[in-house]
Design a protein around this ligand. Structure first.
Ligand SMILES: Cc1cc2nc3c(=O)[nH]c(=O)nc-3n(C[C@H](O)[C@H](O)[C@H](O)COP(=O)(O)O)c2cc1C
Length: 209
């Protein structure tokens, strides 16, 4: 491991020209991640904690974002869904290795409206809709073949009909209260810019690396 060491030299994050709000900054970096042809630049790590403050972390896909928040979709009965029911706060992390960047976001979480969930569900490929019906996400299943049998049954049951968004499936929106933009720099003197929500305004400050 001691030889796995890299200098970060690609870019800088200067105070000059920094937008006044973190959403604009996120948009600039997200567009650059897309233009750099990264694989799934919208993959983000989602950290939650249960009622006893036990943390858990997994990847999910960002499906939309705006100044209102960051949206992903999942099974409401999954572990993350149970965590969020008990403790509606989360942290997100985008790690764009090729750009030597990470973005951290923290905030309150709520479910998206049923209409938003339905609209997104109806736009998913049919295979993904069937998988959402067949999989009780995060609960144990005896075997791979049992999962495939549940998928085949759902496929047969729904043949020739549109598939409605199941009640246990839908979106969450993370409403940010904190952002941090991290740009790797030489000699481990990285740039870290934090934005904190104060009422409806954003304060920013530089953090030590
Ligand atoms: C790149 C990537 C993207 C993923 N996107 C999603 C997603 O958008 N929604 C989802 O429910 N699970 C997604 N998963 C699977 C989750 O990481 C996780 O296995 C699943 O949601 C169950 O997590 P939980 O038991 O903590 O609830 C993704 C996994 C990877 C590796």
């Amino acid at each position: 491991m001691k030889d796995l060491r890299k200098e970060y030299r690609l870019k800088a994050l200067n105070d000059d020209g920094l937008p006044a709000d973190p959403f604009t900054q996120f948009g600039i970096w997200f567009d650059e991640a897309v233009k750099a042809a990264l694989i799934e630049p919208n993959a983000m790590m989602l950290a939650t904690a249960d009622a006893s403050a036990v943390p858990s972390l997994r990847a999910v896909l960002l499906k939309s974002w705006s100044n209102a928040g960051f949206v992903f979709f999942t099974n409401y009965n999954s572990r993350k869904g149970r965590d969020l029911a008990a403790n509606p706060r989360a942290a997100l992390l985008f790690y764009w290795n090729e750009l030597e960047r990470q973005v951290r976001i923290e905030g309150q979480v709520s479910r998206t409206s049923r209409d938003v969930s339905k609209e997104y569900f109806s736009a998913r490929p049919r295979e993904a809709q069937l998988a959402a019906l067949a999989s009780a996400q995060s609960s144990p299943i005896a075997s791979r073949s049992e999962l495939e049998a549940k998928y085949s049954k759902a496929k047969l049951d729904c043949e020739g009909q549109p598939i409605d968004c199941p009640a246990h499936w839908g979106g969450y929106i993370v409403r940010p209260q904190r952002f941090e933009f991290w740009q790797g720099r030489e000699s481990r003197l990285h740039d870290r810019i934090e934005f904190l929500a104060v009422g409806d305004r954003w304060n920013y400050r530089r953090l030590s690396p």
